[in-house]
Structure formats: structure tokens, C-alpha cells
Design a protein around this ligand. Sequence first.
Ligand code: HEM
Length: 415
Amino acid sequence: NEEIPHEEGMDHSIALLQEGYLFIKNRADQFKTDLFETRVLGKKVVCMTGPEAAKIFYDLDRFQRKWAAPYRIQQSLFGVGAIQGMDGQAHHQRKQQFLSLMDKRNQERLAEMVTNELKHSIPQWEKEEQVRFFKEIKNVLCWVACQWAGVPVKEEDIPDLADDLISMVYAFGRVGPEHWKGRTARNRTEGWMENIIEDVRSGNIPADESSALYVMAFLKDEKGQHLPAKKAAIELINVLRPIVAISTYITFAAVALHEHPKTKEPLKEHNSRNLEMFVNEVRRFYPFGPFLGARVKEDFTWNNYTFKRGTLVLLDIYGMHHDERFWETPNQFDPNNFKNQDRNDYSFIPQGGSDPGKGHRCPGEGITVEVMKATVDFLVNKMDYDVPAQDFNYSLDEMPTLPKSGFLMTNVKRI
Ligand code: HEM
């Protein structure tokens, strides 16, 4: 068994929070390796980067998700006992239910609903002196997500629900008040959705059989029993929350359009492929998911290193998307990075790798891409706006992050 570089010192949890998206890449570059050991939260952690490592990470015989996410992350981001921490047959069964809701037809239906809601919102934005796009788009996506999923929510409750769903996401790499804000938001939303689930089960609230609300309300465990209403609520939130979180990518997309105006030209051709290249480049270039975590299932050896059962392993996402070995000009925003291929391989994993039906790769990737395409098309071809001076910077030591201004627009007009 060969030794791999390991970082000296008792614990690097604080460095992880401070260096954020670059924690793994900084060390991989320093040690000139794709595999090293460090210590986080008082325990040995193995960090990996690169497509080969990503492929191993998705080998279901070698890695499991049970016990991978710290409890504090379950209590804020995922929900306790949610699909993210399941394995084996139980995971597979649950995953099929998620995937059944997100086929091509459903992706397109959601994207169409987003376009319609954007059209609806324009008259209000035209009246306002200044629009903060992140704030607007998160409300648009929250409203559409609830409609699409069949969740009955009053229009006036949307801004608070959207804020709560965003707080769960932004609690991720944070300690103190922002972590607690995410937990409070989760408790409140779980309680609310739990009541809705109970009303669907008792027939007090009608639900279409093909809707996410219905599918989640009647989820079964391995023994064929309905899940407790709270667990069903957690999985329903696992549909609503990430749809609203697409507003982070969309805000980055608006910044990209502004800072790289040449990339707009191909988007005026109403060509779906050009839109797809653009949104893929947004998902590569800008930071969102920093890394993934899993635990070694049984001892195994890879690259002459023995992974010990139970060890927590982190797979780099952000660093790999900015690695010159896999990308020609990693630090430039250029949709042509996706010209010759879809990069549906292990070097492009903004929403995980491998087959979503077999492992934990995001089931919502098609939805994300279609919603982003519809919104970018709207920004380029269906509305006009000025971009006043503002701070577009985002910090790589906050996980997740966002352009500071949230993207301000003035003189918004429908075209
Ligand atoms: C899993 C990213 C949007 C639902 C994941 C994973 C990532 C991810 C990195 C984990 C992959 C792994 O553990 O191997 C994103 C990003 C999104 C997004 C960056 C854009 C905002 C969505 C959408 C939905 C969704 C729109 C649903 C409507 C899920 C679910 C899982 C998941 C349910 C857990 C899957 C499992 O454990 O098997 N996502 N996602 N995500 N995502 Fe997404």
C-alpha cells in the first residue's frame, strides 16, 4: 500500500470553510496529486479530483452514502432520512419515483411555465425603477415549481417560501446564524408540507396522479408501507427546493451575458444547441456544488492506495471544472468548450456523474438545463434592460456563493 500525500496538522475544517471551492484544488496543486489525505471535523478524509477519481466515486460496490453527509447538513440542506443518504434497493426504488417525474415532457412543461410566468412578470418590472433579478427569479421559480408539482400555495405566500427554500441551500457551508436560518426554514417548510401531504392522503386536497405532490404523498418504503407524512414532505421539498435553487445559476447566466456580450450573438438564432452550450458553460464556469461526499463501503485498493472501510471521501467538482488538463482555457467563460461534445463524461459533473438511474447523480439535470435555456432565451430575445454599475463579484470562500449585487437591472422592457 503506497502512501499518498497527507496534510499535516490536527484539523482543517476551518481551512475548508475559508478556502471553500478551492480547498481541494489548492492542495492537489500543492502536492501535485489527484489523491490526498487531510483531516476534517476531527477525522481522516480522503480528497480526490479528476475524471478517473470521479468514475471510482460512482462505483456502487465501493462507496455508500449512508453516514456521508454530516447531520447538520441533513438538518438544513437535505432533510433527515432523505434520498441523498440512501443506498441499495431502497435508494433505487426511491430514485425511480423521482426520475418518473422528470422525463422530457415534464422538463419542457416546466420550462414553458417559466417562460409564461416571466411574460407575466414583465409589466411589474417595467414599472420598477430597479429590479434585483435574483430576488425576482427565485419567486418566479417558486411559483412555477409549486404549480408544476401540484402544491397548493397562495400567491402571497410565495416570497417567504422561496426565501426559506433558498436559506436551506445557502446554509450549506456556513456556521452560526446562517446555518440556523436554514434549519428554521427547513422545520417551518417541513411542517407546512407535512400538513399538505396529510390532506392529500385524506382526500381533503385533490392531487393529480401524475403530479409530484401525489407521487411524494404516496411514496412507499421497502415493505410497501406509506412513508410517515414528514418523510414524504422531505422528499417533496427535495423537488421544490432545487427548482428554486436554479435561480443561482440563472443569476450567474445574467452576469455572463453582460460580461461576455459576444456570447449573446449565437443565442439570437433560436437554436436550442447554442442555448445548451451556453448554459453548460455557466454550469462549468461558475461555482455551485463544490464537492461530493461518500463513505468507503469495503476496503479496496485504487492507484496503489487502500481506501479503508468507513473513510469519508470528498470528490472535487469546482476544481476539476477549472483544471487545465481537462479544459483548454478553464478560467475563461467560453461556450465553445461544449462545441465538439456534450462532455457527458466524468470531467463535467456539476450535478454529479454516471447514470442517474443507477447512482446518486441529480435527477433534475434535464429540468435545470431546460429552465436555464428558457430563461436565457427570455433575457436575450424577449426583454431589454440596462445594467447599472454594481458589484458582480462572488466569493469563492462562501459555499454556495452569488454575485454580490444579485444582478440589478433598470429600464426593463418587453420586446
Ligand atoms: C442530487 C446538483 C437541480 C433534485 C444532486 C447532486 C448534485 C446536484 C451535485 C448530488 C449528486 C451525487 O450525490 O452524486 C444540482 C444543481 C442543481 C440541481 C447544481 C441546479 C440548481 C435539481 C433539480 C431537482 C434536483 C431541479 C429536482 C427537481 C435532486 C435530487 C437529488 C439531487 C432529488 C438526490 C439524488 C440521489 O441522491 O439519488 N443534485 N441539482 N436537483 N438533485 Fe440536484
